[in-house]
Design a binder for this molecule. Structure first.
Ligand SMILES: [Zn+2]
Length: 178
């Protein structure tokens, strides 16, 4: 048998038009390549497909050393709680916590992990703004540390950056300022 009928489009096609699958009786999928591609495309637009992408992204940032943003996540020991390593648990939590397709996952405490108590869904715009504030703070902290190394008075540094002196002293002692 070199040809068969696709379950979906019902067309009689050559076996080359079907993806191989060793688990199936004749070694090929029941739907043709074309229908399979369409099925995946449709799936990506479903809640399940979209949240799967979110979940994969979260795992990559935390555990994949070659990911471009690993240094901000896995590199800072940010992890995913054990229950969320199971996609279905994560999916259920998202659906029960006002997820919708225009929202992105956000960690409330930037030093905290991906876990129910520390996560919420916000818009891309809010997320970008948060990220920018964090980067800005990191740059600011670096400059402030440099000023202190150069023996500038805490009071003066505080005035330059329009922050209270207590913040400057916290940066000096290495306590993070958020
Ligand atoms: Zn087909």
């Amino acid at each position: 048998m070199r040809s068969k009928t696709c379950f979906t489009c019902k067309e009689y096609k050559k076996l080359d038009d079907f993806y191989k699958n060793r688990c199936l009786k004749d070694g090929y999928l029941g739907v043709c390549k074309n229908c399979d591609k369409n099925r995946r495309k449709q799936w990506r637009k479903t809640n399940h497909g979209r949240l799967w992408r979110t979940w994969e992204g979260m795992k990559a940032r935390c555990y994949c050393r070659t990911h471009t943003r690993y240094s901000d996540y896995g590199g800072r020991s940010i992890t995913i709680c054990e229950e969320w390593l199971n996609f279905n648990t994560f999916y259920q939590w998202a659906i029960n916590n006002n997820w919708s397709s225009n929202l992105e996952i956000d960690r409330i405490n930037n030093d905290g992990n991906y876990e129910p108590q520390n996560c919420r869904f916000i818009t891309t715009k809010e997320n970008t703004r948060n990220r920018r504030t964090t980067i800005l703070n990191q740059i600011k902290v670096r400059i402030i540390k440099r000023c202190l190394e150069l023996k500038m008075k805490q009071k003066d540094v505080a005035k330059i950056f329009s922050i209270i002196q207590n913040h400057v002293s916290r940066i000096k002692t290495g306590k993070r300022w958020a």
